[in-house]
Design a protein around this ligand. Structure first.
Ligand SMILES: Cc1cc2nc3c(=O)[nH]c(=O)nc-3n(C[C@H](O)[C@H](O)[C@H](O)COP(=O)(O)O)c2cc1C
Length: 207
């Protein structure tokens, strides 16, 4: 049995911030020895809504080849990082729609005993960083998952200030969709921590 950690990063992003965080986390997790699957929840918005925002339309096209998540990705995973921009302080319908397809594997107890963590972004400074992550984590309790938040386990957490997960203030403008070094460092720390703890659990269960 391989003790390498299988990490699924399952997220949604309209304008690219979430994709940048997911990519940074994937690189960090791979460097830490994990096998990583990146999955982007399927778009639900009508094409007219997407086309009304050129940044959204460009990101939608640029990520067209990112596979959508499936229940198998969670069953395969030892650790799962979910990511969603905030929508009125909650997660997006797109990510929630995927989560709402999981009653089969949930009933079969295939979602429990894994490590889970989360990331988010907001359009305003205080517009829902913590509430979105806590809303996401509600479902993990129902899964019987093991939530591994970053807490203040690294000096970077005193910089970004969010112990619930990586979060980014995505300012509308020409840089929308990119993240700064603080968010990058936070994402890397969270991914490395998830891989390290999931690896310890996996090795412990195999012993
Ligand atoms: C319907 C809707 C609701 C939103 N609600 C909030 C909100 O409550 N607080 C906030 O700061 N930003 C809010 N935003 C802004 C998004 O969170 C922001 O655009 C997002 O974090 C960018 O992430 P992305 O580039 O990954 O799509 C909202 C955006 C939309 C479209």
């Amino acid at each position: 049995m391989s003790h390498n950690v299988n990490l699924a990063i399952i997220y949604y992003s309209s304008t690219g911030t979430g994709t940048a965080i997911a990519t940074e986390m994937a690189h960090a997790a791979e460097a830490a020895g994990a096998e990583v699957r990146i999955r982007k929840a399927a778009e639900l918005a009508p094409q007219a809504a997407i086309d009304s925002n050129p940044i959204w339309a460009a990101h939608h096209a640029a990520t067209a080849d990112v596979p959508a998540p499936s229940a198998d990705d969670l069953i395969w995973a030892d650790a799962v990082i979910f990511g969603s921009p905030t929508r009125f302080g909650n997660i997006t319908a797109q990510l929630k729609q995927f989560i709402d397809t999981l009653s089969g594997p949930w009933q079969a107890n295939h979602l429990s005993d894994k490590v889970y963590s989360g990331f988010t972004s907001t359009g305003t400074r205080h517009g829902g960083h913590e509430t979105t992550l806590l809303a996401l984590y509600n479902s993990i309790h129902h899964f019987g998952g093991i939530i591994v938040p970053p807490g203040y386990t690294d000096p970077i957490k005193y910089v970004d200030g969010n112990p619930y997960g990586t979060s980014h203030h995505a300012v509308f403008g020409p840089d929308l969709g990119s993240i700064d070094d603080d968010t990058r460092n936070s994402a890397r720390h969270q991914a490395e921590r998830v891989v390290r703890i999931a690896g310890a659990l996996k090795r412990g269960n195999a012993a």
